[in-house]
Every structure is written in structure tokens, then in C-alpha cells.
Ligand binder design. Structure first.
Ligand SMILES: [Fe+2]
Length: 144
């Protein structure tokens, strides 16, 4: 049986939120998730995979913080929903990172983490961030 090719996630208009800073951070995250796929498929090993997961954890946490403070500053109705979704995701990501590290890291596990990360992010951007960004833009235009 051949191993299926990992998904490469694409940043496109469907998940564009229209706020340049947030969009560029989302692109960065998607790129890092694709880098993880490259590392897994080119068999770079558990140390390289762990490093990429750790980077993703740090970057996601930083990005979420940026997005959350922007949403609260603009008193967005979705600010809290977004924050809770981020917190749940970070808790999951920490758990996966811990499991991966403690078990020595199998390729199968890395593949599952990659898919879960990418699927969650794209779905979250599509379902929450696009609407949140709309609220931010509305608040910005009513201020000016
Ligand atoms: Fe978000």
C-alpha cells in the first residue's frame, strides 16, 4: 500500500479576511503547516517535525493574541467565541505536541497532527475569522 500524499493547504480568496495583517499571519501559518508536510514526506525525522510543531505552537499563540486583542479593542460580538476556539485549539496542540514528544514520534502520528492542524485552521478562518474581520472592519469604518 502506498502512503497517501499529505494535503498542501492553500490560502485563497475563500479564506481571505480582508485585513492585511491578519491575512499575512494566516498565510504564514498555512505555509508552516505545509513545511510540516514537506518534512514528514521527505522523512526528515522526529527532531525536525518536533521543531516545526513547536514553531507552529509559538506562532499560532502569538497570532491568536494579536487577533484577539484587535477583536476586543473593536468590541466585536464574536470576540469571545473566537478566543474560546483559540484556547481549545491551543490546548489540543499542546496535547499533540506532548504525545508526539513522549512517544518518540511516529510518522503516522505526525501525519495525523498535520491534517488536524490544517483542517482546523482553514475551517476556523472560514467560519469565524472571516466574520470577525467583517465586524472589525465595520467598527473601524464607524470610527472614522
Ligand atoms: Fe481566529
Amino acid at each position: 500500500m502506498t502512503t497517501p500524499t499529505l494535503t498542501r493547504y492553500v490560502w485563497d480568496d475563500r479564506i481571505k479576511v480582508g485585513l492585511p495583517l491578519i491575512d499575512s499571519q494566516h498565510r504564514e501559518l498555512i505555509e508552516a503547516i505545509n513545511d510540516l508536510a514537506d518534512a514528514i514526506e521527505s522523512h526528515q525525522g522526529a527532531v525536525a517535525v518536533k521543531k516545526l510543531i513547536a514553531f507552529l505552537k509559538g506562532y499560532a499563540e502569538w497570532h491568536f493574541g494579536q487577533e484577539e486583542s484587535c477583536a476586543f479593542r473593536h468590541q466585536c460580538p464574536l470576540a469571545e467565541t473566537n478566543q474560546k476556539a483559540h484556547a481549545r485549539f491551543l490546548a489540543m496542540l499542546n496535547e499533540w505536541h506532548r504525545e508526539y514528544t513522549e512517544s518518540g514520534g511516529s510518522e503516522e502520528q505526525a501525519r495525523r497532527i498535520h491534517a488536524a492542524l490544517g483542517d482546523w485552521l482553514v475551517d476556523h478562518i472560514y467560519k469565524i475569522d472571516t466574520m470577525l474581520a467583517q465586524e472589525i472592519r465595520q467598527a473601524q469604518s464607524s470610527q472614522s
